[in-house]
Design a protein around this ligand. Sequence first.
Ligand code: ACO
Length: 380
Amino acid sequence: MAAWTTSSNEALTISLVRPTEDKASLGEEESYENFHPTFTYPIYGEEEKIYGYEGLTIDLRFASGSLVPYLSVNYSAKLPSTSTVDDVEGTLSQFIPSDYLTDETAFLAQVEQDGTTFKPSGQLIHSYVRLSPLAAANGKGKAAANTQQTLDSEDANAVVYEVYHTTWDTPGFREYHRRMQLFILLYIEGGSYINEEEDSWEFAVLYEKRKRQSTPGTSTYHFVGYSSLYPFFHFPESVRLRLSQFVILPPYQRQGHGSELYDAIYNYVLSQPTITELTVEDPAEAFEDLRDRNDLKMLLSHEVFISEAFGADTLSHGGGRVGGVGRAGRSGKGGVSKSAPGKMGPPVDKLWAENWRKKLKIAGRQFQRLIEILILSKLD
Ligand code: ACO
């Protein structure tokens, strides 16, 4: 790279800073600090380059719970100030709340304070338990790693995760959202800030909840990711909920948290009588995969759907996996050689499919896609 030019993606480091006590209990495999953005073009321009500095670092830290930001821009040399030298802090400051901290001592005091005072706001809609990464790496409870669902939240090696549903009316949430929305620009291609003037936005926010060793019975909370949702009202009183933005921060990716957040939103949709379907706005490929995987798992968990789809004997052949479904109807173990014809055809029984789609509140095109995947897996 030319002298005096720096990649803004490399210069910018993000940290989610935990209180000292919480940090002490983390293993080496758990690092929540110094990771990079995927995109900075909405901030520093299409080329994602900053001109005029040598040894430039942009240290953007967030208190892991309250997401109070701290910004420190450092460099070893800067060209004499001319109109061509980029204003690193001035540019970034337009995208974060104006009361961000620049005093490190004040920031670290905020982080410690978070440890005792920060609690998520909103309504708890989902929680789940995982083996802590440290315990998993140490091979503690190997069996438990395979049966995460049955891990007891009181287990010393367990970490609890919680999803909260919020709106603009949730106390303190407007300010909280102003701190977390930067992650949309940094991680979603084509992401942009939502319009705060639109009243209807809803959110699902995911937190990690860790037990405090020093004070039994208390916990600290750490931001993991979130999704913004927009309800479209249809006459007379039904709602289509559109999932608009969805992000899990890099230190938490590829551990199943995105799937849990998506399932939490889906189950929230099922639980609300006025919401008739969940749609997704312009999904990225990775999100499409996540959605397909979780929707298929959900579909295959409905035994009635499977037996209607593939014929009466499907379940005795181990339906429940896509592969298992694929073998339905052939003569196999159990000695069943023939099954009643299924509604999946081909051709698919359209009325039957539409009834299931409505019942499961899945968007039309997505349901068609799921049916196609199931048919293909059957033909395999
Ligand atoms: N260990 C290893 N891998 C795992 C584990 C585990 N314990 N659990 C799940 N995985 C794998 C999954 O099988 C999946 O693998 P695949 O990609 O090969 O299919 C992968 O990890 C991702 O699944 P999750 O862990 O459930 O999802 P994750 O938490 O990583 O979230 C997401 C995925 C949302 C795409 C995340 O990477 C992200 O936020 N990316 C940046 C922002 C983005 O692209 N957002 C979507 C934009 S679209 C929209 O907003 C509508």
